[in-house]
Design a protein around this ligand. Structure first.
Ligand code: SF4
Length: 269
């Protein structure tokens, strides 16, 4: 008779608030927890810094899981088609696949940080050996509780929340306009890197841009024009809220309706 495999407990950190709060919430309850972070190689520096903070709090390493091939390789495979909400190959190949490889065929309980006040579904692997559980949902933990957990732990929130509302790749196509402006200001080199991925086919005229119908240069030009005109310029909402309770910093975008334009939860939760 074969030996029964021990069940592993795995929590995937995205660098976002909910999965981080869940890790803090469960630290004592699930001491055998394995923490992982699926690293696309294109994450924000603030995310890596935050993961180091989390490791200090958890007293354990957060294992970085990377695909065996990088973003540029897959971009070639997809003939230069940048990932988009309709073609989210990045999540599948750079986040989900490394996670499933890490898990292998072991029986695993996968802890997912979906809150009690959310309607959305998380990444639930179809692999039969992975059972996803939702402790926040089960325990009635809502957004305000998440802020409290982060605050009381002393870990706080990642620095990027000053100018951006989601974790994930620096060039994530789910970014809002003002977040692209924030990327240019905070990390000009990463903005330039994102720009360098935008191409147009000289023969067909087809353009590969992060945002539908406009290049990043065009976006910036429009935003600067808006700013110069003083009409409708977007204030730096997150920065203005710096000294307010965490809950008010996070008044968005979680209050926006869930729709197709939301990033995969493995990237942002
Ligand atoms: S953060 Fe955005 S770009 Fe990165 S893998 Fe997730 S959906 Fe794709």
């Amino acid at each position: 008779m074969g030996e029964t495999k021990k069940v592993r407990h795995v929590l995937g950190l995205s660098g976002g608030k909910d999965s981080s709060a869940l890790a803090i919430y469960l630290r004592e309850r699930v001491p055998e927890m394995e923490y992982v972070f699926c690293d696309t190689g294109k994450e924000l520096p603030e995310t890596y810094e935050f993961l180091t903070r989390m490791e200090a709090y958890l007293g354990k390493p957060v294992q970085r899981l990377m695909s065996d091939r990088d973003f540029d390789h897959y971009l070639n495979v997809f003939n230069g088609y940048l990932p988009s909400s309709r073609m989210r190959w990045c999540t599948r190949l750079l986040k989900l696949k490394p996670f499933e490889q890490f898990v292998g065929n072991d029986p695993v309980i996968n802890y997912v940080g979906i809150r009690a006040d959310e309607q959305r579904e998380g990444y639930i692997s179809t692999k039969p050996n992975i059972t996803s559980v939702f402790p926040f949902r089960d325990d009635g933990i809502a957004k305000a509780d998440v802020f409290r957990i982060l605050e009381e732990s002393g870990v706080g929130i990642p620095e990027y929340y000053r100018w951006r509302s989601r974790s994930g790749c620096s060039f994530c196509f789910f970014q809002r306009k003002e977040e692209w402006v924030g990327l240019k200001r905070e990390h000009p080199e990463l903005f330039e890197e994102a720009k360098a991925y935008e191409k147009s086919d000289p023969e067909s005229g087809e353009r590969f841009t992060w945002r539908q119908g406009e290049s990043l240069d065009e976006l910036i030009a429009k935003e600067e024009a808006r700013g110069a005109a003083g009409a409708g310029a977007r204030p730096e909402r997150a920065v203005k809220r710096r000294n307010l309770p965490l809950a008010s910093v996070f008044a968005e975008p979680d209050d926006e309706p869930d729709d197709e334009d939301r990033a995969c939860l493995i990237c942002e939760l």
